[in-house]
Design a protein around this ligand. Structure first.
Ligand SMILES: [Zn+2]
Ligand SMILES: [Zn+2]
Length: 278
């Protein structure tokens, strides 16, 4: 059993880590907000209750298992409106899992032995949790601490970021991390993502935001990373991939690209070949 570790990230903000993904506990005077609930290696609710006794708002940056598997411990979870889960193949994520697992099982029947691992790690449990949609511009008031919801779709259709206007800091989930898995949203083209990223960067720069932290990032980035990453992603083609292979159930070959950057060390992404088409 992997236990969560907590460390002070900023004044009133604790970073909780399971070694794969970071969750943030952001405390105001009256309420606390938990951004993401992790892979559920451990009971996140019990852990957070050792850190605060304030009323808790639980928010998902987006609906992926490494950010949402612990949701079922809570009565209510807020999520971007385009990521509201139905836990059926109507959801982009669950459709992708269904397409791939059914094709893999048809081709390799013995892989059914992995069912329990697939269920535990990549299939978020619905539980009895009520899901409440968040809209772009919504303000979450924690008492002397306000966070503003800003959409940043691409990695998932409904990914949101949280802006802290006082600190000029952004909690960005997986929207613009060091390695964006674009393949999880096969209907989004890399060009469409790049346009969104550049527009997002322009808007937050104008508002005076300087830095942000992604959920898997080992360090805090300057917001210029968002723009530069978007520009890099925009130029990717299947030919530029370091690795390319066919995945059963995939619409086109899966590509992995890596590039060094003098300014930002490196960029990586996993995408489907068809996502390079405009
Ligand atoms: Zn994700
Ligand atoms: Zn993630």
């Amino acid at each position: 059993m992997i236990k969560y570790k907590a460390k002070k990230f900023k004044k009133g903000v604790t970073m909780i880590s399971d070694g794969i993904v970071n969750e943030f506990l952001i405390e105001g005077k009256d309420k606390a907000l938990l951004l993401d609930t992790g892979l559920d290696f451990y009971d996140i609710r019990a852990f957070v209750e050792t850190l605060t006794d304030k009323e808790l708002l639980v928010v998902n940056s987006h609906f992926h298992p490494d950010h949402a598997n612990g949701n079922y411990h809570f009565d209510k979870v807020y999520v971007g409106e385009a990521d509201l889960p139905t836990f059926t193949t109507k959801d982009v994520y669950f459709k992708l899992v269904e397409d791939i697992t059914s094709a893999v099982y048809a081709k390799y029947p013995k892989s059914h032995m992995l069912d329990s691992i697939v269920d535990a790690v990549i299939m978020t449990k619905p539980g009895n949790t009520e899901y409440v949609p968040l809209k772009d511009g919504d303000v979450l008031d924690l008492g002397k601490k306000k966070l503003i919801v800003k959409n940043f779709p691409g990695h998932t259709p409904g990914e949101i970021t949280l802006l802290d206007p006082k600190e000029k800091f952004i909690y960005a989930g997986d929207s613009s991390d060091i390695d964006i898995w674009m393949f999880t949203n096969p209907d989004c083209s890399l060009h469409e993502y790049a346009e969104t990223g550049r527009q997002y960067y322009k808007e937050v720069k104008k508002l005076g935001y300087k830095k942000y932290r992604g959920a898997h990032m080992p360090v805090t980035h300057k917001i210029s990373f968002m723009r530069d990453y978007a520009d890099w992603l925009d130029k990717l083609t299947p030919e530029k991939a370091l690795l390319k292979f066919n995945v059963p159930g995939g619409r086109s070959p899966l590509c992995i690209a890596v590039a060094l950057s003098p300014r930002h060390i490196a960029y990586t992404s996993v995408y489907w070949a068809h996502q390079c088409e405009w």
